[in-house]
Design a protein around this ligand. Structure first.
Ligand code: NAD
Length: 479
């Protein structure tokens, strides 16, 4: 490790087979602070050699790790959970620095959620029935083998924990390939795994690009399970490669979720919660309610409420505890979001708040103006494609059938919201939605509930019991 004022901290190692060792591949990835555009660090751009070393170590560890008792795994995972609890501030600061998330949100969500998820898997592991008698069979739930975990940058530690912890709990060794933009919190996680004392090879970290390290990992013949979170486009490629290798694959992909406000609902609350939902994490949330669907008779009132709520979100320094919205993760992401805003206006959307130009006074940093677009119709690009930025589109519907048709009218089906006069009415409407999660009248996120997509939003589920079962395979013994 070297320290350099211009280059930040230069790391040259990967975590493989229970130790930090020099990368076997040439090349590095530069990690920027999106608020200052300064270099935070460089990490190795691992390639086929690092991936092969990590997978070999995982394969070597697989049989003995699979043979550990529930109690042994619980003891190690409890130490890992305690490690996460003991460095919440360091986690939050790391995510503020490499993602640009505001420190309050980083503390509550980027640091707090992984801790809650890790805790949920301790409880599940303590009681999970790994053996079940069915007639003259005993059905064993056995570890599914070597896991490749590939994660994105938007909830960088949550997505790591949501894969690695259940995989380890199930008895599978893991090779993690985190996103290029946020490898530092992944390195912090590897340090905590090491400190918890897991056997060598059970957890391995290879930083690198998706096209090289990610593809090498998915294609490696000794990988049995691929758990991928990222874009639908890359997920399709990952599934094709995994399919050729007859590998089990779980995909958590994109979303274009709708929040449907039915007549009789508390409109002001529904709109305020929607604005907060879509601007959280600078709009970089796969399950964000990016389309607000309101009855045509309440449309202008809803647009006015959204404008008022959105005006309270002023982009600023994520390290300042008063900041509610920071930059987006990269210059590339900023250009993408601005392009969607410009495109929406060209297609006929009305700009209510925000816009494609840079926020006033923020010349440095990858900032985007929080934006509300009205008069959006479902055929517009901004209603169909994932923007992954702080952009809310408000659409009008005629009646409930039309609302359901619009809500279901994209390739995605990850999340959604329904607001109604009462929960029964909201639940009845939620049954009509082709989507994996629906929050009724502002129902809170539940880290024990399965999370995943219908349609092109993915395959399989993370979190809770189904999230553990992604890493188990069944064997039936008859006697
Ligand atoms: P991405 O698909 O570009 O990258 C995700 C990960 O895949 C990264 O680690 C990347 O290096 C790797 N990768 C890229 N090309 C690869 C290849 N050919 N083979 C193997 N790995 C490869 O996505 P992103 O831009 O990092 O993340 C944003 C996307 O993730 C959004 O579309 C978002 O909706 C989605 N997402 C989904 C969920 C969910 O749970 N459904 C959660 C968060 C993010």
């Amino acid at each position: 490790m070297q320290q350099d004022a211009e280059q930040g901290t230069q790391y040259g190692d990967q975590y493989i087979d229970g130790e930090w060792r020099p990368s076997l591949d040439a090349g590095s990835i530069t990690v920027l602070n999106p608020a200052t555009e300064q270099v935070l660090a460089t990490v190795p751009a691992g390639g086929t050699a690092d991936v092969a070393a990590a997978v070999t170590a995982a394969r070597r560890a697989a049989r003995s790790w699979a043979a550990t008792s529930r109690e042994e795994r619980l003891a190690l995972l409890t130490r890992l959970r305690d490690g996460l609890a003991g460095c919440q501030e360091e986690i939050a600061d790391t995510v503020v620095a490499e993602l640009g998330a505001p420190v309050g949100f980083a503390t509550a969500v980027h640091a707090g959620l992984p801790l809650a998820v890790a805790g949920s898997y301790l409880a599940l592991l303590a009681e999970y029935p790994f053996e079940e008698r069915i007639g003259n069979s005993v059905v064993l739930a056995e570890p599914a083998g070597v896991v490749a975990a590939i994660t994105p940058w938007n909830y960088p530690l949550h997505q790591i924990v949501a894969k690695v912890v259940p995989a380890l709990a199930a008895g599978c060794p893991v090779v993690l390939k985190p996103a290029e933009d946020t490898p530092l919190v992944a390195r912090l996680f590897a340090r905590l795994v090491h400190e918890a004392g897991f056997p060598a090879g059970v957890f391995n970290l290879v930083t690198g690009t998706g096209a090289v390290a990610g593809a090498a990992l998915v294609g490696h013949p000794e990988v049995d399970v691929v758990s991928f979170t990222g874009s639908t486009a890359v997920g399709r490629t990952v599934a094709e490669t995994a399919g050729r290798g007859i590998k089990r694959v779980a995909l958590e992909l994109g979303g274009k979720s709708a929040n449907v406000v039915l007549p009789g609902a508390d409109l002001a609350r529904a709109v305020n919660v929607n604005v907060a939902n879509v601007f959280a994490n600078s709009g970089q949330t796969c399950s964000a309610w990016t389309r607000l669907l309101v009855h045509q008779d309440q449309y202008e009132e809803a647009v006015g409420l959204a404008a008022k709520a959105a005006a309270k979100y002023l982009p600023g320094d994520p390290a300042d505890s008063r900041t509610r919205i920071g930059p987006v993760v990269s210059a590339r992401q900023r250009e993408r979001v601005r392009g969607y805003i410009t495109g929406a206006l060209a297609e006929g959307a009305r700009l209510v708040v925000g816009g494609a130009d840079a926020p006033a006074g923020l010349d440095t940093g990858f900032y985007v103006r929080p934006t509300v677009l009205a008069d959006v119709t479902n055929d517009m690009t901004v209603a169909q494609e994932e923007v992954f930025g702080p952009v809310l589109a408000v659409l009008a519907y005629r009646d409930e059938d039309h609302a359901a048709e619009l809500a279901n009218g994209t390739q995605y089906g990850l999340a959604g919201g329904v607001w109604a006069a009462d929960t029964d009415t909201a639940a009845a409407f939620a049954r009509r939605l082709d989507t994996g999660q629906v929050d009724l009248n502002g129902g809170r996120f539940n880290p024990l509930a399965p999370f995943g997509g219908y349609k092109n939003s993915g395959l399989g589920r993370e979190l809770g019991r189904p999230g553990l079962e992604e890493f188990l395979q069944l064997k039936s013994l008859q006697y």
